[in-house]
Design a protein around this ligand. Structure first.
Ligand code: SF4
Ligand code: SF4
Length: 163
């Protein structure tokens, strides 16, 4: 009896995968899962809010904190940070007129974030970076050319933040 059952078992062996494949083909059984998502898909499970804590989206710089030291640029292996900063009389902080990040070069290594002494440079959770031209991949955070109006507004803002 055991000889016959062994033979039957082995005879069925080539057909065993079909028990998995056929239900899948006809949309039956637990194997049938939709795993492909269209893009952009508003119902996608991959929203920025559900990404892991240390996910490295594109960089953002909080210009209220940035001191224009240039440490981030010094450690960047891709030379994708362009910074122009100048001293302002009677103020500790530099005026950062240009702070551009070229995302077409950035490899999201995070070295610049680790090097930033002011913790102003961080990774966002945003992974949707799309542009049909290279210039569209440059993020601009600079405060612009320094002039009296801008420095007055800056002073007012700093005083307001201190209150
Ligand atoms: S994440 Fe890396 S490649 Fe991108 S700007 Fe920072 S240091 Fe450069
Ligand atoms: S290292 Fe930080 S504080 Fe210094 S320039 Fe870069 S972003 Fe600004």
């Amino acid at each position: 009896m055991s000889y016959i059952s062994n033979v039957l078992f082995l005879a069925m062996e080539p057909f065993r995968p079909l028990f998995v494949v056929f239900p899948y083909l006809f949309g039956l059984g637990p194997q049938r899962k939709v795993v492909t998502e269209e893009y952009p898909d508003p119902t996608s499970s991959k929203s920025p809010e559900v990404l892991p804590l240390r996910f490295r989206g594109h960089l953002i710089n909080d210009m209220d904190k940035c001191i224009g030291c240039g440490d981030c640029s010094s450690v960047c292996p891709q030379a994708c940070l362009k910074i122009e900063a100048s001293d302002v009389p009677n103020r500790e902080k530099k005026w950062v007129s240009v702070f551009d990040i070229d995302l077409s070069l950035c490899i999201s290594c995070g070295l610049c974030v680790d090097a930033c002494p002011a913790a102003s440079l961080t990774h966002s959770k945003e992974f949707r970076i799309i542009s049909d031209e290279k210039a569209g991949l440059v993020l601009t955070f600079g405060l612009g050319v320094l002039n009296k109006e801008r420095i007055d507004n800056w002073d007012k803002k700093i005083k307001k933040d201190l209150v």
